[in-house]
Design a protein around this ligand. Structure first.
Ligand code: 13P
Length: 252
């Protein structure tokens, strides 16, 4: 049985105290959602320590939104994987389209970040996805295939067992435009096939999340699809009620 995961990517939102309030809200309502769903919150670096404190005693995991490609040293402004792990992170989002697009992250950089993540026992949530132009040109399959081959194929079989993939079509992120459940299923199944051609049956165990304008009103339909194992949630993760309601999407 694959894990069912609902992960919140807060991006660059909330002040530290607001992040703690949001976390408390999620912790307080968590009991209303099936234990079969794993929740993860990924606040900004500056909130990790206080959010970790607010999560104590709950089964909600902590993740970071990024980590440095290097281990440590003279890299002003960077945050090492060892630092986020020391604050209690179990997960790290890598390769989000916003990092690829605005910060020039390439597969070469992401390979280095993967090394750092695994060296610190973090589970990467590796993001893939095409932009609108690529979707309209029918290149979405090739784009995600390359993003997987150039990075995920470099993992060992052991590392692959500790990986979450998030498919996030760039045209659906923050736009209110969601992929249809059928579009999500089609590409999730394809991603699993690409993973299977390298890692065999282990690909059946890999959680593949959908991300892009996922909200309480559409989560159930998308999560009902066979190869969709949950969601990576942006905007709707900033309200405890909505974030939890997305988790309830698995019960419908
Ligand atoms: P939205 O849910 O705000 O569209 O963001 C999706 C996303 O990028 C999550 O990583």
């Amino acid at each position: 049985m694959r894990k069912k995961i609902v992960a919140g990517n807060w991006k660059m939102n909330t002040l530290p105290a607001e992040g703690v309030e949001l976390t408390k809200g999620v912790v307080a309502g968590r009991g209303e959602v099936c234990k079969c769903v794993d929740f993860i919150v990924c606040p900004p670096f500056t909130h990790l320590s206080t959010v970790a404190e607010a999560l104590k005693g709950s089964d909600i995991a902590l993740g970071a939104q990024n980590c440095a490609a290097e281990e440590k040293g003279a890299y002003t402004g960077e945050v090492a994987a060892s630092m986020i792990a020391a604050l209690g992170c179990k997960y790290v989002i890598l390769g989000h389209s916003e990092r690829r697009q605005y910060y020039g992250e390439t597969s070469a950089t992401l390979n280095k970040k993967m090394v750092q993540a695994y060296a610190n026992n973090l589970t990467p949530i590796y993001c893939v996805g095409e932009n609108l132009e690529e979707r309209e040109a029918g290149k979405h399959f090739d784009v995600v295939k390359a993003q997987i081959e150039e990075v995920v194929y470099n993992l060992t079989a052991e590392q692959f067992k500790n990986l979450v993939i998030a498919y996030e079509p760039v045209w659906a992120i923050g736009t209110g435009k969601t992929a249809t459940a059928e579009q999500a299923q089609e590409i999730h199944a394809y991603i699993r096939k690409v993973l299977a051609s390298k890692f065999g049956a282990a690909a059946d165990e890999c959680a593949i999340l959908y991300g892009g304008s996922c909200k309480p009103s559409n989560a159930a339909e998308i999560f009902a699809k066979e190869d969709v194992d949950g969601g990576l949630i942006g905007g709707a993760a900033l309200k405890a009620e909505d974030f939890l309601a997305i988790g309830k999407g698995f019960e419908k």
